[in-house]
Ligand binder design. Structure first.
Ligand code: ADP
Length: 477
């Protein structure tokens, strides 16, 4: 059962229910028909007997009988005659009617019960049931009351089988038609299920194609429609889209990273080859070693950042998230960075305690360090850096402003990409990963990072983060 296709399973369940319903219908039809037919037989019996009442007339003399009109059949009875009209139904539709005397003597008509029937006393106005040698008969008696007819009874008799004949016909009909209907419904059900589930087949085929070909570019094409399966296919395609772009980004990152590592490595190799070509003076060896050392440091920094990235991506869940005060992060990072004294830039910060967010202290410090390093790196000689912490609704805003070289508007969105450097000639020691890391950390905290900058005048990087709570005196942005 487990290995059957869904459409077959649906059809089987559907057919089982249909068979059950058909069986119920059959039983219901059987009992209802039986009751209706037997009632019909009894009603007919009563009707026939009542009809026959008017067909028997008593005349005191033959002359009187002849005077009354056409004489069909007559019997002498007591002092006169009984005239029986030829409309008297003594056997119609299995119903026998007999004209009896009170003592059970049959004067005219039919008596299928024989002696047994006459033994049963006459009872007026009820349909009796009588078992005659295993066969059930309905009996209806009617006393004749007109003048001269005293002591005469009409008795109608009909076998219960009369109704059963018709019931058997209905049963035979049902036994042929119901299974046919069930089979037809099951077939139609199967076809509908097959049609309705065809998209599942398509989805399965597409999924197999994609997994076998390892090509994430494949998509499921179902044609127009908006049912659950189309929505499933859409979701599936969306998932493939994201997987594909994530995979591409990963590939791009690896190729960029190897490229970035290859450059300093080539410099080192070239420097070594050149220096080792012949005997050189100590000064030249020292110069070569310095080049190698610088490139080595560059590589080592790059490798450290790459490791951070993969840590952030793969073990994102391992970072401990705690309630912390952003002001403390600002205080400690700025306190350290202010000691740098790079380009004689002054760093000023404003951070009143009470900006409680849910985050990882190490990552948030790293984010601020990256923004500050850039502010120093792209800041002007004797410039300024301002770090501010403020509140906008239930979000904290941390801004790092410098009055350095600024960023061209068309570069402002690109600088957050990995390895992207707005102006390679001025990037110095950078590797284009600092802001990508900032963006990654912001997203990891459910926050956002944006930049506002005017070329030649300076830049402001703003991080917004949801606040868990804040002190009443927290300044509003
Ligand atoms: P990099 O290692 O090159 O600094 P980042 O990812 O930190 O890499 O920054 C990407 C680019 O954005 C930098 O190369 C630089 O052109 C630009 N940039 C970043 N911060 C600033 C800033 N404060 N002022 C001007 N330009 C900046």
């Amino acid at each position: 059962m487990k290995n059957l296709s869904i459409r077959l399973k649906i059809t089987l369940w559907f057919s089982a229910v249909l068979i059950f319903v058909a069986a119920l219908a059959f039983v219901a039809v059987f009992f209802v028909s039986d009751a209706v037919l037997q009632k019909g037989v009894r009603d007919n019996l009563v009707g026939t007997v009542e009809d026959n009442v008017g067909e028997v007339r008593y005349f005191s003399s033959y002359q009187e009988m002849e005077d009354s009109g056409h004489v069909d059949l007559y019997l002498s009875y007591r002092e006169g005659y009984l005239e029986i009209d030829d409309d008297f139904l003594n056997l119609v539709n299995g119903i026998c009617t007999g004209l009896f005397q009170e003592d059970g003597t049959l004067l005219y008509g039919e008596n299928p019960l024989g002696g047994v029937g006459t033994a049963a006393g006459f009872t007026e106005d009820v349909v009796q049931k009588l078992d005659v040698k295993g066969e059930i008969f309905y009996i209806y008696d009617r006393r004749l009351e007109r003048e001269g007819q005293e002591g005469l009874w009409l008795r109608g008799m009909v076998s219960r089988r009369q109704g059963e004949v018709q019931l058997n016909a209905i049963v035979r009909f049902s036994l042929v038609v119901l299974p046919l209907l069930v089979a037809l419904a099951a077939l139609v059900g199967y076809l509908i299920a097959r049609k309705a589930l065809r998209p599942v087949q398509e989805i399965e085929n597409a999924a197999r194609r994609i997994s076998q070909g390892k090509d994430l570019k494949g998509r499921i094409v179902l044609g127009p429609g908006g049912d659950e399966l189309h929505r499933l296919a859409e979701t599936f395609n969306g998932m493939l889209e994201r997987l594909d772009s994530a995979f591409e980004a990963q590939q791009q990152f690896i190729s960029d990273a190897s490229h970035e590592l290859r450059t300093p490595m080539s410099v080192i190799l070239a420097q070594c080859e050149f220096t080792l070509e012949k005997e050189r003076e100590a000064r030249e060896y020292e110069k070569a070693l310095k080049v190698i050392w610088r490139q080595g440091r560059k590589m080592s920094r790059l490798i450290a950042v790459l490791l951070d990235f993969s840590r952030l991506e793969q073990k994102a869940r391992d970072f401990v998230m705690e309630k912390l005060d952003l002001a403390e992060v600002v205080e400690s990072v700025c306190g350290d960075m202010a000691l740098l004294k790079e380009k004689e830039i002054t760093l000023a910060w404003e951070a009143q305690p009470g900006f409680i967010v849910r985050g990882n202290r190490e990552l948030l410090s790293r984010l601020l360090v990256n923004l500050l390093s850039n502010a120093y790196r792209y800041g002007r000689e004797q410039g300024h850096i301002w770090v501010r912490l403020s509140r906008k609704g239930n979000r904290a805003e941390l801004s790092v402003e410098d009055n350095g070289i600024g960023i061209e508007p068309e570069q402002q969105e690109k600088i957050f990409r990995r390895f992207y450097q707005a102006d390679a000639s001025r990037t110095g020691q950078g590797n284009g990963l600092g802001l990508a890391m900032v963006k990654e950390i912001a997203a990891f905290h459910g926050g956002e990072i944006r930049v506002e900058s005017r070329p030649g005048q300076g830049s402001t990087f703003i991080l917004t983060l949801e606040l868990e709570s804040y002190a009443v005196h927290a300044p509003i942005a």
